[in-house]
Design a protein around this ligand. Structure first.
Ligand SMILES: Nc1ncnc2c1ncn2[C@@H]1O[C@H](COP(=O)(O)OP(=O)(O)O)[C@@H](O)[C@H]1O
Ligand SMILES: [Mg+2]
Length: 402
């Protein structure tokens, strides 16, 4: 019987699960602290990168949540995974900023009123001038601190004071809420809020490489950098780093591979309070020990362990064949094909190779190699101009058979 446990959580980035990386943790936390405290300095940016699944996302959340206990700032974390393009990412920043500000301005009637319009704007594609005017009137009727929305309506939408005859005629004129509008709105609100609360707004964009429309990553970086009022942290996979990133971020931080011991602790932490702890403690160690000897990637390691727990008998004897089932389940490719290509790469030390080299040296067809790129079995060296590929760390379990 498989063990239907939910404790392995290969996708979780809950900072509560974080272990290890003490040195990097201290180092990055201090860098971040100093950048946050260097208020007023221009162009404060930090880029964190590394391979898929090395632990960038959990690291970011852990460091920010711990730092929040020590110094006062407003963290706004968004994730490229859930956005199609640059505009959607900016909308997420607005929405999450609104959420954070609700906590900051609990008892401020005016601010709360403005925050609800910040939230509303983040969800619509156009507003009319009339809409902005009536919102402005509602805001004006309240009292307390402002987050800058009213002011922005006045500056950008041109409403203020008593409604003029001309304005009355332009009530139905639509204003497009595009990237430019959102960026200006954000700049305005962030500037108002950070000086009013005397707190820094830190915008962290996780999985920036995962925006669906890849061409827009550069655009987003461009957009967000026009905004100089807050600290920006970008987290992405190494293969997505373009020249533009290199120019914009001077001292990137790399999240490196983890040791086998670290992987053991990561797993132990997940099982610590698990309802299935007893049986997992009994059946998992022989399997987990074999797996952590062949990978340095926590995501691959946890994904295999989770798959084996919930789909197999956790038998070390059949574990290799069981994991072939993982390849067909997760990647939708024939495990035998995957086996040929994986073993080839693993024997060669997993170098980056051109497609022609792969086809020639492994004798898999051009078509199959294309499918494997689409399925994520072959990982490019560069997201935009891929020239070379190597095997995904998820396939490293074929080492068990070499
Ligand atoms: N230091 C760590 N402590 C505990 N779990 C970790 C650690 N590093 C990575 N993980 C786990 O490994 C998986 C992949 O981590 P994630 O942060 O999503 O990687 P990335 O963002 O680099 O792709 C997640 O399940 C995460 O919880
Ligand atoms: Mg991530």
């Amino acid at each position: 019987m498989p063990i239907y446990t939910r404790c392995i959580q290969p996708q979780s980035i809950d900072p509560i699960l974080f272990t290890n990386r003490e040195d990097e943790y201290r180092h990055i936390k201090e860098i971040l602290r100093s950048i946050i405290l260097a208020r007023g300095e221009d162009e404060r940016r930090l880029m964190i990168h590394g391979d898929r699944g090395t632990g960038k996302s959990i690291f970011l959340r852990k460091v920010l949540s711990d730092l929040k206990q020590e110094i006062d700032f407003i963290p706004v974390i968004v994730d490229g995974k859930t956005s199609r393009n640059a505009e959607e990412l900016l909308r997420d920043v607005c929405e999450n900023l609104a959420l954070e500000l609700r906590g900051e301005y609990k008892r401020d009637e005016k601010a709360i009123c403005e925050i609800s319009y910040l939230d509303e704007i983040s969800r619509v594609s156009t507003v009319t001038k009339g809409w902005a005017r009536s919102r402005a009137e509602e805001i004006e009727a309240t009292a307390g601190a402002e987050i800058g929305i009213l002011n922005f309506f006045k500056l950008r939408v041109g409403i203020g004071g008593k409604e003029t005859g001309i304005e009355e005629l332009t009530r139905t004129v639509e204003i497009e809420i595009d990237s430019r509008f959102l960026r200006q709105l954000l700049s305005h609100v962030i500037e108002t809020v950070s000086s009013d609360l005397d707190k820094e707004v830190v915008i962290a964009i996780d999985s920036l490489d995962q925006i669906h429309d890849k061409d827009q990553i550069a655009e987003f970086v461009h957009e967000i950098f026009k905004h100089r009022k807050s600290l920006i942290i970008a987290v992405l996979r190494s293969e997505a780093i373009t020249l533009e990133f290199h120019r914009s971020f001077r001292d990137p931080i790399v999240i490196k591979d983890l040791s086998g011991d670290a992987l053991r602790e990561i797993l132990a932490k997940r099982i610590e309070n698990c309802p299935e702890k007893e049986i997992l403690d009994q059946k998992l160690p022989p399997i987990a020990d074999k797996l952590r000897a062949i990978t340095v990637n926590p995501l691959s390691f946890l994904t295999w362990v989770h798959f084996l727990c919930t789909n197999t008998e956790l038998d070390p004897e059949t574990m290799f064949d069981d994991l072939k089932g993982f390849v067909s389940n997760f990647y939708g490719v024939d495990p035998e094909n995957a086996s040929v290509i994986s073993k080839f790469f693993l024997n060669a030390g997993n170098p980056f190779l051109t497609r022609a080299e792969i086809v020639k040296q492994t004798e898999i067809s051009e078509g199959d190699s294309e499918t494997m790129t689409e399925n994520g079995i072959l990982v490019p060296d560069n997201l935009y101009k891929p020239q070379k590929y190597r095997i995904s760390p998820d396939l490293a379990f074929f080492k068990l058979d070499t």
